[in-house]
Write a protein that binds this ligand. Structure first.
Ligand SMILES: Nc1ncnc2c1ncn2[C@@H]1O[C@H](COP(=O)(O)OP(=O)(O)OP(=O)(O)O)[C@@H](O)[C@H]1O
Length: 607
């Protein structure tokens, strides 16, 4: 989905309602109080026009005739002005709090929608544009949204009040008054649409810039950027991306400045015509002079209100365009996650499975047939880029297959949520949560029962308990040197925590994608020696480039360019003398002592 060029009147109305509902949902009490305050302001304005008319009408006459009419009006103006003044300060503070609450409300809408978004959607650049616009809407727009919505309501109320009073004095001129702002409104809408179009066009540019900013300021990246001296190169790229944005923005605003000047002059010409109309109308005796003067005062009041509304609508219009994205974004990812029925895990099979990344010209997986019988340890091997991680993600229910089918005990899997619930995945590029040790492990299954027991068992199984014990605050230690009291771990220690997370999940199906890449030789050997015991009764699929770890698996699948080309156990695959045998021999040769010609046994290879 691409960004709309602008908003149609219908969706503008829909989005305005959406915006008002957002504010209403954020804090209805304060919103109502602000509206009531605005009504008071509008009524005051209308009364002041009437006072002007009475005063002018009474000029030159007997002041004693004027008093009885004027006094109640003045009293009413005084009372309303006083109430208004008293509440103005209060209304401003309501508005501030309302803005913060609306901010939270909108951002939570974005975050909740993002949580529900499927993983595959993250591979789609259009999704990022949409997400970025929605986040932008939530980050910078709520304050503008609340203040301009309130100001528009205020300006509209006073416009109606002044307009009604004006019409009561000389209704003939009212339609003309309403014509005056049209050129300004049109110019404002054109500018808004163009600005929105530009933002859509620049979304990718900004994403690249954001990424470069993250690289230049990130803690994890800091070491490599300094070691290679890439900082200036990245900075130049960031700078030229900014130059592009500045050039496009300059062109847009130059064009619209000209349009706005023309619109302003046209509107002013109409106002001059109205003044002429009032003069002629009064000259012909259509209205008396005091009414004409009060009407002209009303005209100026109307004009300033209309200009304020045009300006505010312009500001709100931007917000509305972003909110339209937010609406789309929230709607596009609003499917509630299915709570799958929990039952024991049987055998998982894939038949004729294919998968293509969004936007990729070729599928990454083709015609994959694979069986993962309950309780077996299955290994997946293959060269870099052959599709192992992709297949693991499909089997974990993270990517939907593009073709073919998945089944558990012969029953087709229709809801990937079922797979996700029954699978624990340890990714090759697992996440290092800069939170506590406990969080890092308990995130394996948030809300699980008996967390203390599960935590202790999972940490022990992954040999992460010794890591926690050595930290100052044990399991409560924050793992982020950038946070006060925080510390960091070695990559291998992080990997053990990630493994503990997989144990904590306690799922019948476990996927380990290069689970020992960062472990030392001893830790790796221990894990693979104990793999069967540790995951007893579970089905394990593991991906490894270390052939010595693979040989003990119950069955081994070899992937080559997205296809399964071999399967069997270690002995049968060696005998077949295919890709597996070649990879195995290559690695075994690496362990030979070339000087003596004596083979050094890999410590992880049993027997
Ligand atoms: N998000 C993506 N969009 C498009 N293509 C992708 C994406 N991620 C991976 N690929 C492509 O899919 C192919 C398989 O990648 P995958 O990560 O599954 O390989 P792998 O066998 O796990 O590799 P390795 O051994 O290096 O981890 C690669 O050619 C890669 O370029």
């Amino acid at each position: 989905m691409t960004a709309a060029k602008g908003l149609s009147t219908r969706s503008l109305a829909g989005t305005t309602v959406f915006a008002l509902r957002l504010i209403w949902a954020a804090d209805r009490r304060r919103f109502t109080a602000i509206l009531v305050h605005q009504l008071f302001s509008a009524a005051t304005l209308s009364l002041m026009m009437l006072v002007t008319k009475e005063v002018l009408g009474g000029l030159g006459g007997d002041a004693r005739d004027l008093w009885p009419k004027l006094i109640p009006l003045l009293m009413a103006v005084m009372v309303l002005t006083s109430i208004n003044g008293a509440f103005r300060g209060l209304a401003q503070s309501w508005q501030r709090v309302l803005a913060v609450k609306t901010d939270r409300h909108i951002l939570s809408l974005v975050l909740r929608s993002t949580i529900k978004t499927e993983l595959l959607t993250f591979e789609d650049p259009a999704f990022y544009d949409r997400l970025q616009r929605a986040v932008f809407a939530s980050r910078v727009q709520p304050i503008t949204l609340v203040s301009s919505a309130v100001a528009i309501i205020q300006a509209s109320f006073s416009l109606i009040a002044v307009g009604a009073t004006f019409a009561a004095m000389t209704w003939i001129l009212l339609p003309l008054c309403l014509l005056a702002p049209i050129p300004l409104f049109r110019a404002a809408k054109q500018e808004r649409d163009a600005r929105y179009g530009l933002n859509g066009k620049l979304a990718e540019n900004r994403r690249v810039r954001d990424y470069l900013e993250r690289l230049l300021t990130g803690r994890d990246e800091a070491k490599e950027i300094r070691a290679f001296g890439i900082g200036p190169v990245l900075f130049d790229r960031w700078n030229s991306r900014y130059d592009e944005e500045i050039a496009d923005t300059t062109v847009l605003y130059r064009r619209h400045a000209r349009r706005k000047i023309a619109a302003r002059l046209t509107g002013d010409l109409i106002t001059v015509a109205i003044i002429g109309g009032v003069w002629l109308y009064a000259g012909s005796g259509g209205i008396d002079v005091p009414t004409a003067i009060a009407a002209l005062l009303g005209l100026f009041l109307l004009n300033t209100r209309v200009q304020a509304i045009t300006f505010l609508f312009n500001a709100l219009g931007d917000v509305l365009l972003y909110l339209a994205d937010l609406r789309l974004f929230a709607a596009s990812s609003s499917a509630e996650p299915v709570e799958p029925a929990r039952r024991a895990y049987g055998s998982l099979s894939a038949r004729d499975l294919g998968f293509r990344y969004p936007g990729a010209s070729e599928p990454t997986l083709h015609g994959v047939d694979i069986d993962l019988p309950a309780g077996e340890i299955v290994a997946l091997v293959g060269t870099n880029g052959s599709g192992k991680t992709t297949l693991a993600k499909v089997l974990a229910g993270l990517y939907p297959p593009s073709t073919g089918s998945l089944s558990i005990d012969g029953e087709p899997v229709r809801d990937p949520g079922v797979l996700r619930d029954r699978t624990a995945v340890l990714f090759q590029d697992f996440v290092k949560y800069r939170l506590t040790v406990t969080d890092n492990i308990e995130f394996g299954r948030p809300g699980a029962e008996d967390p203390a027991r599960r935590l202790a068992e999972a940490a022990r199984s992954a040999a992460a308990d010794t890591i926690a014990e050595r930290l100052d605050h044990g399991y409560d230690t924050v793992l982020g040197a950038e946070f006060s009291g925080g510390t960091d771990l070695s990559l291998g220690q992080w990997q053990r925590l990630a493994l503990a997370r997989a144990f904590y999940r306690d799922s019948p199906f476990v996927i380990l994608d290069e689970p020992t890449a960062s472990l030392d030789a001893q830790a790796e050997a221990e894990l693979f020696d104990k793999l069967r015991d540790l995951f007893k009764g579970r089905t394990v699929l593991f991906v490894s480039h270390r052939m010595s770890n693979v040989r003990g698996a119950d069955r081994i699948y070899t992937l080559d360019r997205g296809r399964i080309v071999e399967s069997g156990d270690h002995e049968s695959l060696l005998a077949a003398d295919g890709i597996y045998a070649k990879l195995f021999r290559l690695q075994a040769a690496g362990y030979e002592d070339r000087d003596t010609g004596v083979g050094v046994r890999d410590p992880a290879i049993p027997g």
